[in-house]
Design a protein around this ligand. Structure first.
Ligand code: NI
Length: 388
C-alpha cells in the first residue's frame, strides 16, 4: 500500500467515521459495519481472523513470535433518533451513533494502518478487536466465548468523553466505574379483607419493612470510604382500598466500586430480604441479575500507558464514574487499560444531539499505535512487570 502522511490518513479516517455515522446498526446486527471494516482492513493487506460470530471483526498484525496486545473498539449504535444537525447525520431512522462508537471504529482502523506499516518491527502481535454489541447483548462475553482473547496478554480500549479538551487523555489505575447488579423481589402472603388482617398475612407491611431495612446496608455495612449504592426504583402491590393483596413486588439496582463490596451487599441483601419476610410471615422470591463488573485498570499497565501517552498528549487523572462498559469483562481475564479521550464541549453521551469530535479519531489511532508498540516491548523484556 502507498504510505499516507498523517494528514492524509486523518482525512481518510474522518471520511470513514462519517460513513459509519450515516449507517449505524444496533447490537448484534452490525452486518454492514462488519463488512465495511473487513473491506478496509483487507485493502491494507491485514490478516482477518476466523470467528463464529455473525458480527464483529478480528484481525492480526505482526510476524514475530512474542506477546500479543489486544486493541478493542466497540462498533454498535443506539436506538435513538438523531437530532444533532451534522451534515452526515444517520440515514437509518431511529438508530444513531450517539456516544461516538463511530469514532472508536475509525480510530482503531487508523491504528491498524499505522501498525501495518511497522509490521516487521513489532516485537509480537497486535490483535484488532472490533467488538459487537457493547450497548446491549453482552458483546464482550460473546467475544470471550468465541476464544478471541485466549492468546491476548494485555488489552487496551477507550471511550470518548464530553467536557474535556479534544485529544486530552484521562487515565487512572484501579476501578474507574461501577459494577451493575439488578434485583426483583416478590413477597407472597395471604390476601384477606382489609378489616380482618388477622385472617391473612399482609405483604404490604412486609414491603415497607424491606424498603427501610435494605437502606441499612449502605449506611451500616460499608466502610465510609467505600462506594456503593442500593436503590429501590419500582414498587407495586394491591389494586383497591379494601383488600389486602396476596403479593407485593419491588425491584432496583446495586452499584459498587469493588468486587468485595459487591459480594457483601449481595449477601446482606439476601439475608435482609429473607429474614424480614420471615419476620412478617410472608415468603420472598428473589431474582438477582449480575451485570457487568467494574472497569478495573491494571496498575502496572497504567504506569506504562501513562508514561507513553504523555509523550504525545496531555494526560489527567480520570475521575471514576457510574457509566459502565463491557470492556470490564476482558479485565476479569487479562490485564487491561481503559482510558477516556476528551471530546470537547457537546451534550452528554446517549443524547440525540450528541456530536462526536473528529479530532478523537486520530488521537485514538495514535493512542492505540504507540501504546501497543510500547506494551509489546515491555511484555517481551519484563513480562513479570505486568501482573496477570
Ligand atoms: Ni459508548
Amino acid at each position: 500500500m502507498t504510505e499516507l502522511s498523517k494528514n492524509e490518513l486523518e482525512k481518510k479516517l474522518v471520511a470513514y467515521r462519517h460513513y459509519f455515522h450515516q449507517y449505524p446498526e444496533l447490537a448484534d446486527n452490525e452486518v454492514q459495519t462488519t463488512a465495511k471494516i473487513t473491506e478496509i482492513l483487507k485493502s491494507w493487506d491485514i490478516k482477518i481472523l476466523p470467528t463464529n460470530l455473525k458480527t464483529g471483526v478480528f484481525a492480526e498484525i505482526g510476524i514475530q513470535e512474542g506477546p500479543v496486545v489486544g486493541l478493542r473498539a466497540d462498533i454498535d449504535a443506539l436506538p435513538i433518533q438523531e437530532n444533532s444537525g451534522v451534515d452526515f447525520s444517520s440515514k437509518v431512522p431511529g438508530v444513531m451513533h450517539a456516544c461516538g462508537h463511530d469514532t472508536h471504529i475509525a480510530a482503531l482502523l487508523g491504528a491498524a494502518y499505522l501498525l501495518k506499516q511497522q509490521e516487521a518491527r513489532l516485537t509480537g502481535k497486535v490483535k484488532l478487536i472490533f467488538q459487537l454489541s457493547e450497548e446491549d447483548k453482552e458483546g464482550a462475553l460473546q467475544v470471550i466465548e468465541d476464544g478471541q482473547i485466549a492468546d491476548v496478554d494485555a488489552i487496551l480500549g477507550f471511550h470518548n468523553i464530553p467536557h474535556h479538551a479534544t485529544g486530552e487523555f484521562g487515565i487512572r489505575a484501579g476501578v474507574v466505574n461501577g459494577a451493575i447488579d439488578k434485583f426483583k423481589v416478590v413477597l407472597r402472603g395471604v390476601g384477606t379483607h382489609a378489616s380482618k388482617p388477622e385472617k391473612g398475612y399482609d405483604p404490604i407491611v412486609a414491603l415497607g419493612a424491606e424498603i427501610n431495612a435494605l437502606q441499612s446496608i449502605v449506611s451500616r455495612n460499608l466502610n465510609a470510604f467505600e462506594a456503593g449504592v442500593l436503590s429501590i426504583t419500582h414498587v407495586n402491590a394491591g389494586n383497591t382500598w379494601n383488600i389486602l393483596p396476596e403479593e407485593a413486588f419491588f425491584e432496583g439496582t446495586v452499584r459498587t466500586a469493588s468486587p468485595a463490596l459487591r459480594e457483601t451487599i449481595k449477601t446482606r441483601f439476601f439475608d435482609i430480604v429473607n429474614y424480614t419476610a420471615k419476620a412478617h410471615q410472608v415468603t420472598a422470591d428473589i431474582d438477582w441479575y449480575e451485570g457487568d463488573p467494574s472497569v478495573n485498570n491494571d496498575a502496572d499497565l497504567v504506569a506504562i500507558v501513562k508514561d507513553e501517552t504523555r509523550k504525545f498528549a496531555s494526560v489527567y487523572e480520570q475521575n471514576p464514574s457510574l457509566g459502565s462498559d463491557d470492556f470490564a469483562c476482558y479485565q476479569v481475564k487479562i490485564p487491561g487499560v481503559y482510558v477516556n479521550i476528551g471530546n470537547g464541549e457537546t451534550v452528554d453521551l446517549h443524547n440525540p444531539r450528541f456530536k462526536a469530535d473528529d479530532g478523537v479519531v486520530i488521537a485514538g489511532s495514535e493512542f492505540f499505535e504507540k501504546n501497543a508498540i510500547r506494551i509489546l516491548k515491555e511484555l517481551k523484556l519484563h513480562p513479570a512487570n505486568i501482573s496477570q
